[in-house]
Design a protein around this ligand. Structure first.
Ligand code: AMP
Length: 249
């Protein structure tokens, strides 16, 4: 079985986000970028399925600027066999990403496609669902466990207050939750080997997909600066402040 994994280049989750002075967007100047953490989990799951002999090939795909090839090389170092780069400098919305991925699904016919549940930059949580709809495939979202059994896939899903297990018929789409696995780190020899693995570059136009934006970003506002704390002299004063200042009692 072939597994397709969608990976997105985002700001590294350790970086403190800076907003441009005119609030037009997040400032990406000299900011460390990385693979979206939920996509790392997706790559790890695909590679584990290959190591267990369930999958025969893992293909990583990304939509983004030339620099996004760094994240594809990371996926290759982690164990993906080859990569597809759908290159564009445009700000690509989830629907356009899903359309491009649907085209790749059509061309590659993977048995399983794994995405992150959410990209930590735009927090959309919709690309996997849109891809499932566009491709007409069953979806198991927020997966915390994935078990392949013949042409069936059991997905344990993290839902409010518990877990739900569903069975899908392959081919299918899965989106990863945090507890699915703990991704490995790429080893130096694998990083070197990854440089030689095949990476195919295509444009959205070649794929027949129009990526023009339908949503305008109006402004980005950083969260308010945290105020310093105060020391209270007594429990009574604390209760009074909670009641009359914080108004939480
Ligand atoms: P989102 O719906 O934007 O929160 O993203 C959910 C998941 O969709 C991500 O974790 C990726 O697996 C996939 N995805 C979103 N944007 C891209 C992109 N530009 N390139 C590749 N995969 C993407």
């Amino acid at each position: 079985m072939k597994i397709l994994v969608a990976v997105k280049r985002v700001i590294d989750y350790n970086v403190k986000i800076r907003v441009k002075p005119d609030h037009s967007d997040v400032d990406l100047t000299n900011v460390k970028m990385a693979m979206n953490p939920f996509c790392e989990i997706a790559v790890e799951e695909a590679v584990r399925l290959k190591e267990r002999g369930v999958a025969s090939e893992v293909v990583a795909v990304t939509v983004g600027p030339k620099a996004a090839q760094e994240q594809l090389r990371t996926a290759l170092a982690l164990g993906a066999d080859r990569a597809i780069h759908l290159e564009t400098d445009e700000r690509v919305e989830s629907l356009a990403v899903a359309k491009l991925l649907a085209k790749v699904v059509e061309d590659e016919q993977p048995g399983l496609t794994i995405l992150g549940k959410q990209a930590i930059d735009t927090d959309n949580n919709q690309t996997g669902q849109m891809l499932a709809a566009l491709s007409g495939l069953p979806q198991g979202t927020f997966a915390s466990e994935v078990v392949v059994d013949g042409d069936k896939l059991q997905v344990t899903r993290e839902i409010d207050g518990g877990l739900q297990t569903v069975e899908l018929t392959l081919p299918a789409i899965v989106t990863t939750d945090l507890r699915l696995n703990e991704p490995r780190y790429a080893k130096l020899p694998d990083i070197m080997k990854a440089k030689k693995k095949p990476l195919d570059v295509k444009t959205p136009a070649e794929q027949g997909v129009e990526v023009g934006s339908r949503v305008s970003l109006l402004k980005v506002t950083p969260p308010p600066e945290r105020q310093g704390g105060v020391k209270v002299g007594s429990v009574d004063e604390l209760v009074d402040k909670l009641k009359n200042e914080a108004k939480v009692l």
